[in-house]
Design a protein around this ligand. Structure first.
Ligand code: MG
Length: 205
């Protein structure tokens, strides 16, 4: 018998689809962080003010560390538990879960994981598992997790994470947002609503 490492994918194994959480399943800025921040700082930041990238310091000033610190305060104030859900996301994730195992892959800190799980279990029970990568402002961790999971498709809103995933050979569905406008690399497909996603995933699997 020939020895060696063989990658086996049995016919009954379902394809894996990965999805980001913030701004894909959950409107983090609009339903949580900005209302919390504005109330404390007398600002009027809106989702539409974030147009350069999803890094807040590139849009609103201050430093990356400042915003990471503010997000931690938001978390410590129980903010994650008050977040909403994106339009149609619950129904469409339930549809996806009929044809694939859906894994949430988030850049959120490990410290947030318990609250993240509480929110996910309550609103997205069809998601099989949630992976907190502590990857905000970091490069390569999302692509690496997609490869570990053997995900064929990643659903994202960040062009930076989209690029690292396609570079690693993972197709990306990009949820349209003010911060991800402009041309996209080959293998990245822009959508404007969760309603478009199950049919597109079916085509890509
Ligand atoms: Mg996101």
């Amino acid at each position: 018998m020939k020895s060696g490492i063989i990658r086996i994918r049995l016919p009954y194994m379902r394809p894996i689809v990965a999805t980001d959480i913030d701004e894909v399943l959950v409107p983090f800025l609009e339903s949580g962080f900005f209302p919390w921040y504005n109330a404390r700082n007398g600002t009027d930041y809106q989702r539409e003010d974030v147009t350069r990238s999803y890094r807040l310091h590139e849009n609103l000033g201050n430093t990356g560390e400042y915003w990471v610190g503010q997000m931690r305060l938001f978390f410590l104030d129980g903010g994650l538990r008050r977040l909403g859900v994106m339009d149609n996301a619950q129904e469409m994730v339930a549809q996806l879960a009929r044809i694939a195992d859906v894994h949430a892959v988030t850049a959120r800190p490990v410290e947030w994981h318990e609250d993240t799980m509480t929110h996910m279990n309550e609103h997205f029970p069809q998601v099989r598992d949630t992976h907190s990568l502590e990857a905000y402002l970091a490069h390569g961790k999302k692509a690496q997790k997609c490869l570990e999971l053997d995900a064929r498709v990643m659903i994202e809103d960040s062009k930076d994470y989209a690029r690292e995933c396609v570079d690693a050979g993972v197709q990306v569905i990009l949820m349209d947002a003010p911060w991800n406008q402009g041309a996209l690399p080959s293998g990245v497909y822009r959508v404007y609503s969760w309603r478009e996603i199950p049919a597109l995933v079916r085509r890509l699997l």
